[in-house]
Design a protein around this ligand. Structure first.
Ligand SMILES: Cc1ncc(COP(=O)(O)O)c(C=O)c1O
Length: 308
């Protein structure tokens, strides 16, 4: 499996340092107890030959919220972290990139309580094309409903984008891949549809879009929020409502949304064909509108772009 495309720099604790030097001590608190929060954002090439980062400040604001929820006040503001990202992207000479900010409890004292450990922040960026495969964007992927349940909001809240939460995602994703599927969908403890291991999810039936509400324990995805607004603007009714597994089976279209996965259609769930078994018309329309926006081709949504 191909690794990451290494770049010249990583931003760490206020400085640009060589990629290979951006290491942590093996006794760092986050490594042992999952005390890290992170983000995943994207920088796109725009049609006018420039680049932009999509909803960059909002990603950093979500990082700040995640950090505050685990009582880890960040030593940099969301604005400063957004500026640091731009500085990094320019220094690495990138025109398109996946962006991974992370804040974590570092090395000082081991034990469950993290308070005595330093708070470290880093940002990396490198080119990373469609997360679920380039073919998936058109053909869609086969997914399974996981035997693993979505972590409970009263245990490890989905609203906190913490490293700790992603063990749950990893279990579901490994199971799905092992069973020959492309990704997993998790149900929450109450049996309601939650999300993919790294994506939010939408179902389309008779022209109405439904996505699980945040109260079902899903991440407050920025792609999800963008698509809700975009679909409204295109004249669709969008509902944030709980769904059971069979609501997905009978949908005309189902798709994933996320900064990494962008808009990926789902062709089959548990070996049942969804709609026509490939990307449906609503998914296609939203995909095209979304890709136009991120390439700066629709000035109405320039508010979402940070030009580099
Ligand atoms: C579990 C999970 N849900 C949803 C999302 C989508 O969120 P966003 O659109 O902000 O990338 C992600 C990706 O970050 C994720 O990991």
């Amino acid at each position: 499996m191909a690794g990451m495309q290494e770049q010249e720099f990583i931003w760490k604790n206020g400085e640009l340092i060589p990629w290979k030097d951006a290491t942590v001590h093996v006794l760092s608190h986050a490594l042992h107890y999952g005390t890290a929060v992170f983000e995943g954002a994207r920088c796109y090439e725009t049609a006018d030959g420039g680049s932009e980062c999509f909803r960059l400040l909002e990603h950093m604001q979500r990082l700040e919220r995640s950090a505050n929820m685990i009582m880890m006040p960040l030593p940099y503001s969301a604005e400063e972290l957004a500026e640091a990202t731009i500085r990094l992207i320019k220094a690495c000479g990138l025109s398109r990139a996946y962006i991974r900010p992370i804040a974590f409890r570092g090395y000082n004292m081991l034990g469950v309580n993290p308070s005595a450990n330093p708070i470290e922040v880093a940002i990396a960026a490198w080119p990373w094309d469609s997360y679920l495969g380039p073919e998936a964007i058109e053909k869609g992927i086969d997914v399974e409903i996981s035997s693993w349940r979505q972590r409970s909001p009263n245990a490890t809240p989905g609203a906190i984008k913490s490293s700790a939460s992603y063990l749950n995602s990893g279990l579901a994703n490994m199971e799905a891949i092992g069973n020959g599927f492309g990704e997993a969908i998790l149900l929450n403890e109450a049996g309601m549809v939650a999300e993919g291991s790294g994506e939010n999810l939408f179902a389309v039936r008779r022209g109405v879009l439904t996505t699980p509400p945040l109260s079902d324990g899903v991440l407050e995805g920025l792609t999800r929020a963008s698509l809700i607004e975009l679909a409204h603007d295109l004249g669709y009714e969008v509902r944030e409502a709980s769904m059971v597994r069979s609501d997905l089976y009978v949908a005309d279209e189902v798709f994933f949304s996320g900064s990494a996965a962008e808009l990926t259609p789902i062709s089959h769930i548990d070996r049942r064909q969804i709609g026509a078994g490939r990307r449906g018309p609503v998914t296609k329309q939203l995909q095209e509108a979304f890709f136009d926006i991120v390439q700066g081709k629709n000035s109405k949504y320039d508010k979402w772009l940070t030009r580099i």
